[in-house]
Ligand binder design. Structure first.
Ligand code: ASP
Length: 567
């Protein structure tokens, strides 16, 4: 017996054909008046998405009617018995991967139907396989999966917290974890040397293709280890995931790049290294040029960098203006272009440069005839961000990215802090529990922005897919970091007092990492958004069209929680 949903019904030459879909795929079912008059006549009632069970004979399809697009395309089921298990209303959209375009809102409103599509079935099954491979490998390595609370106190990872009011303690709130960071560190203090958890994390931040309000991490922590142990473990985990999930072999050990080099060459701390177009510093060449903007930017400590877009010398003024608008979104004040022609160079600002300066720029950037050289002058952070993003946009537009290519690399030696210009203070680059590079400890008081951390990110095709660090395990250093972050004593006591207390009682050296499960699986299925690998995600505006969450609650509930809503 086969049971499933009707994908399509067609009548043809006295026979009725049905494409029957179940979780394993599609099979063709045939109803003929000779084989079973009852089933044949009942088959006329069948409509899309009816649930049926059939019995019959598996036969080879007549020659010339095979369907090479189906794994069952050589056979069909000649029905002897049909039972309609349930009827369906006409679904709001055709449940087919290659069906007409359906809005995201609509798909998520009827997600249970959308999940019937073969690609969604495949995505979620792959996700399961990845989790299974993870659990198997970590179990074999001696890790213990331990759950940590969802109703807890704030664990900062740089986002806003989701708060849950406590009914029993009016006026107080739980925070949902942005990650299990502090609990996993506490578990190290408790003597569980190897912890992991496939765990939901909650971060109230603006959504993008690779972000959801709740997402899943493969969270790992280990004691008595250093960076190399984490690299080895994570690499074997990634290799296992790709091998078991897709049969793809990942070459290890993976490449490593310092944060400084990534910013320098690619303008990003998560560089996509599947294509070139690296950022080339031409500051020394143009510092003395007549082009005032370049010269003055460099004099003020800024820089001028170029990227070379291959074969784009024939872009129109308008197209270059569009690229200029693009970089302006990332803070650049403008974009200077040089078209490299066979025997000449064209640029609206050509007259400000000597022939030698132009030649030196072209040579350094290795621009060839037919290429377009694009330059930005600004503070290093703005140059990096604007050109780094332009580089990715152009590679995308030009089709320079081989979608099958899988490039995984470690980014190491991140700075410990970053400057928050708005609030005029330092923020943690990762989180405040990140270990300090031993060589830089003495600069914590004097030059904190120069202090490197013991953190590392794993980057997959330009996406950060894992992040972690060796942690601070000495209380005095942890307190010093809080002081450098200008957290008030009272605030520290209030938010992290319990953790500082725990650091008094023999915390072992420890460190860990968290891998973004959704992002990894999205890359594996070649998806564009993590929503494609999450069963019930929220839309870009943070709502669930299926359930209508978030929604208002009753007066009664608010009263119980001692909350009044002011809208
Ligand atoms: N808490 C993670 C860690 O292991 C990082 C993260 O959640 O992004 O360092």
């Amino acid at each position: 017996m086969v049971a499933g949903w009707i994908q399509k019904r067609r009548d043809h030459g006295g026979l009725t054909f049905v494409d029957l879909r179940d979780s394993s795929g599609i099979v063709q079912v045939v109803f003929s008046p000779e084989e079973s008059p009852d089933a044949h006549s009942l088959a006329h009632e069948l409509r899309n998405e009816f649930v049926i069970a059939v019995r019959g004979k598996v036969t080879k399809r007549p020659e010339g009617t095979e369907n090479p697009n189906l794994s069952t395309g050589e056979i069909e089921i000649l029905t002897t018995e049909l039972e309609i298990l349930n009827r369906s209303e006409t679904p709001p959209f055709v449940i087919e991967d290659a069906g007409p375009e359906v809005s995201e809102e609509m798909k998520l409103k009827y997600r249970y139907l959308d999940l019937r599509r073969p690609s969604m079935q495949r995505n979620l099954r792959l996700r399961h396989k990845v989790c299974l491979a993870t659990r198997n490998l970590l179990d074999k390595e001696g890790f213990v999966e331990i759950e940590t609370p969802v109703l807890t106190k704030s664990t900062p990872e740089g986002a806003r917290d989701f708060l849950v009011p406590s009914r029993m303690n009016p006026g107080t709130f739980f925070a949902m974890p942005q990650s299990p960071q502090l609990f996993k560190q506490l578990l190290m203090i408790s003597g569980f040397g190897k912890y992991f958890q496939i765990v939901k994390c909650y971060r109230d931040e603006d959504l993008r293709a690779d972000r959801q309000l709740e997402f899943t991490q493969i969270d790992i922590e280990m004691s008595f280890i250093d960076e190399e142990d984490i690299f080895r473990l994570t690499e074997s985990l990634m290799a296992r995931i790709f091998q078991e999930g897709l049969g793809i072999t990942i070459e290890t050990p993976l490449k490593r790049m310092t944060h400084a080099e990534a910013m320098e060459r690619f303008g990003s701390d998560k560089p996509d290294v599947r294509f070139g177009m690296e950022l080339i510093d031409v500051s020394d060449i143009v510092a003395e040029s007549e082009f005032k903007i370049f010269a003055s930017t460099i004099a003020k400590g800024g820089q001028v960098k170029a990227i070379v877009a291959p074969g784009l010398a024939d872009l129109s003024r308008k197209q270059i203006d569009n690229l200029t608008d693009y970089v302006k979104d990332f803070g650049a004040k403008g974009l200077v272009s040089f078209k490299i022609l066979y025997d000449d160079v064209e640029s609206p600002v050509k007259r400000f440069f000597t022939a030698e300066q132009i030649k030196n720029m072209v040579d350094k950037a290795q621009a060839k005839a037919g290429d377009l050289m694009l330059l930005v002058a600004d503070k290093p952070a703005v140059v990096a961000d604007s050109l780094g993003r332009l580089r990715c946009k152009l590679a995308d537009d030009l089709g320079l990215i081989d979608e099958k290519d899988i490039q995984l690399s470690w980014i190491v030696d991140f700075p410990l802090f970053q400057y928050n210009a708005e609030e005029k203070r330092l923020d943690s680059e990762h989180h405040p529990f990140t270990g300090v590079h031993p060589e830089d400890e003495s600069m914590l008081d004097t030059e904190p922005l120069k202090v490197r951390s013991r953190s590392y990110d794993l980057v997959l095709n330009g996406n950060e897919v894992a992040s972690g660090s060796i942690r601070i395990h000495q209380r005095d250093i942890q307190e010093k970091v809080f002081r450098t972050l200008k957290l008030k004593q009272e605030e520290v006591e209030n938010r992290f007092g319990f953790f500082l207390d725990a650091l008094r009682y023999g915390a072992p050296p420890h460190g860990g990492i968290a891998l973004g499960l959704d992002r990894i699986v999205t890359t594996m299925v070649g998806g564009k958004s993590i929503r494609e690998v999450i069963a019930f995600p929220k839309t870009q505006s943070g709502v669930c069209p299926l359930t209508g969450a978030p929604s208002e609650v009753s007066e009664e509930q608010l009263r119980e929680l001692s909350i009044s809503v002011d809208t």
